[in-house]
Write a protein that binds this ligand. Sequence first.
Ligand code: NAD
Length: 480
Amino acid sequence: MREYKYQYIDGQWREGTGSHMLENRNPYTGELLYTYRSASTADVDAAYAAAARAQKEWAKTSPHEKQGMLEKLAQAVEELREDAYECLITEGGSTRPKADFEVATCIEFIKRAMNFPLMMNGKIMPSNIPGKENFIYREPKGVICVIAPWNVPMLLAMRSVAPAIATGNAVVLKPATDTPGSAFLLAEAFDRAGFPPGLFNVIAGRGCDIGDYIVEHPVPSLISFTGSTEVGRRVGALAGGKIKDVSLELGGNNVMIVLPDADIKEAAKAAVFGAFFHQGQVCMALNRIIACKEIYDAFIQKLVEIAGALKVGDPADPETFIGPIINSQQADKIEKVVRDTIAAGAKVALEGRREGNLIYPWILVDCTNDMPAARQEIFGPAVCIIKANDEDEAVRIANDTEYGLSGSVFTGDLFHGIQVARQVHTGMIHVNDQSINDEPHVMFGGEKCSGVGRFNDQWVVDKFTTEKWVSIQSCYRAFS
Ligand code: NAD
């Protein structure tokens, strides 16, 4: 795997000047991949200063120039595709299908962003003042700080980075400490594509050391944060204190409702993907499945049959569906939630087990919505099944959570499925599909504690830009 031991600031690879050496480890083997020195607050200052300078010139380039550079960026990521797979698998524990999906979607995000420079439309507005003409211009926000999580590190960084750059902004990206390599690989792609120095910077360090400083810094006008609700709350509060805009894409406790007329086999196949893809470490992963009493037993039987056959093991093996959890602390956390839920009365329909950072799939049944695994985001290969007496009860249980990211409804009647889906308080929900969906041209975002703001296409163009009113007087006004 490529070793990235330097920070990427102002178009240069520089050793960090922080006080800690940080380790990048393979979560499957435990092997130490490399160590690097963390970024300091002085590095953060340098990255923001470079970004502020570069942004002024970049904002003046034509849409055509921006599109051309984004095209080169997509090509550079394409050239680095094999390195990206290796990085996502080796440092992030991604399985090959997940790495494939991540790199392909990352490139798609860049290509989609090529439209954005021509989507920065303004308005001409009428005026009640004689001789006045009102123009509303859409301008870049300036410098955008992007904070990314470890679970889908390259794609979730690019989901903010590409639109930010396309709309005339500069970026300082802070990756999660478990997955710095995937962010530095993006820096390498920017470098190869020939972007102006300073337009895109990557600074890696622990959130607890430099996180607050990055957020409260006077330069960025928008903090685009993707991560847990707990840290998102803090980021939102700090940014609010400085009157900065935020985009918060946070945790989920996603639900699938299986109605009595659903195709049980299709629902079970979808549920296994939704609960266990990338070891359940996806914000949109299924945490809870609420099955109506008529099909409850049959559904569980099918679910156990399919999940029990999943291959667990080496993420580099193309047959593996469940690879390692990102680190041992996270694996301990998942095990604790499962054990606490069993202690609270849940039954085990499929028993998982632990081998190092591998956790085999768990299916917990006869759960109630107050049990730990039903209340918390599990973020691991475990799912709880809850029985509902009828559809109304299923919807009530689905909504009894602080989260509202994604969801799913399985039914034999698609139009009825839409009616049920609209009653579930989430930003996204899919009928006869599982909860993990992200298409670069379709709106993405959550409700309640799952976040603030919407991604993709016009939604992200609007979020990453600001509007400015300029008026002209074609004749002088009479002020007295
Ligand atoms: P996390 O909140 O622990 O960390 C996210 C990022 O925030 C990391 O880069 C981390 O270093 C940084 N950070 C930590 N403390 C900080 C601080 N004080 N100030 C600024 N930054 C700080 O999340 P994670 O464990 O990396 O990711 C998993 C979580 O992310 C899950 O809850 C998951 O649901 C959520 N997530 C949400 C989405 C979405 O689109 N809604 C997508 C992926 C992941």
